[in-house]
Design a protein around this ligand. Sequence first.
Ligand SMILES: [Fe+2]
Ligand SMILES: [Fe+2]
Length: 390
Amino acid sequence: MSTSSSSRPPNPASPLQAVPPAGNPLLASGLPADCFAACPVRPSIVFQQLFANSLDGVVITDKDAVIAEVNPSYERLTGFTRTELLGQKAGIVKSGLTDPEVFRQMWEALQGAGHWTGEVINRRKNGEIWYSFLSIVALRGPGGEVIGYVGMARDVTAMHAASEALSAQLREIRATQKVTIETLARIAEFADPLLEGHLERIQAYSRILAEDLAQRGGWTEMGALVEMVEQSCLLHDLGKAAIPSSILLKPGRLSPEEFALMQKHTVIGGELLGDADDELRAMLQVDESFLSMARDIALYHHERWDGKGYPHGLKGPAIPRAARLVALADVYDALTSRRVYKPPYSHEDARAIVIGAAGSQFDPEVVQAFLRQEQSFINVLKANKLPETG
Ligand SMILES: [Fe+2]
Ligand SMILES: [Fe+2]
């Protein structure tokens, strides 16, 4: 298939032969005057050997992209012999699978800067598809006009397949995480059926707050964590699965003893998720796993900004950020939902309570985000059917 360079017939169509030998074209390209001075062989020999022996395919065309010369590696990559390629349009190796926009940008770059690098999908003579990492340089004549092109192609099919496999694995991991969290959240729903609508709404409210705060100084890291907040908040009441239904479903207010037991849902959820998080982090040797935030939210979503919350009485910035915003989302939803001991509050009444709790129950910055996004909260409230009992 491959033709040795020594047996190659001369190619009169080569655009290189059209360049007049006058002057030093290397100087014209801005290279230093002593460039190649220390080379053991003449530059032309360097390029000949590079052309003949490079493992990258090299193709030289005239200004109309008609192939004027190819090296043995280009023959090997494309499956075509030199004789079959010479005189053909460079497009002979196209697969039709490359986005046309790539060729448009390639053409624009070659006419402008005079060089382009990118990836195209080619087809070998036998029909096989291969990914080519291609670098093309425009060849210019003495007057600066484009008289041809030289392209260097590297077969990156194997690399491409590996990165595709990696992306597929990443998608699988993300999907597994999402389904795992949703399944765990359903366990809590079994114990407390009211959680179902509550979880959907708290997810929407938490996302609204996280997206808003990610735009603010000091909260910018939240930008990369919006999805994680949205998923992790589903597990905030996971610990309720371990609270007796006589307490969870009790029609009426809880006694102090019952309330103390109910408060334990934070510690139970935090321990469950914390154990899983510890194991994952140890196995993966990472500082944080996808359950780290879920553990923080479960454990700290009833902490208060003034330190009077539970279970640990954490104060102010000591409370993890995600737990601070889920705390507001949780209370807003409880206020606007019907309970056996109260009707659902209107948005306006809930809003007044949230504002009144800024700096005591809630982080004032989270309350500010709530006020900025008030309309979005109202939209979620209107769009979701409120629980009729509870
Ligand atoms: Fe809770
Ligand atoms: Fe809740």
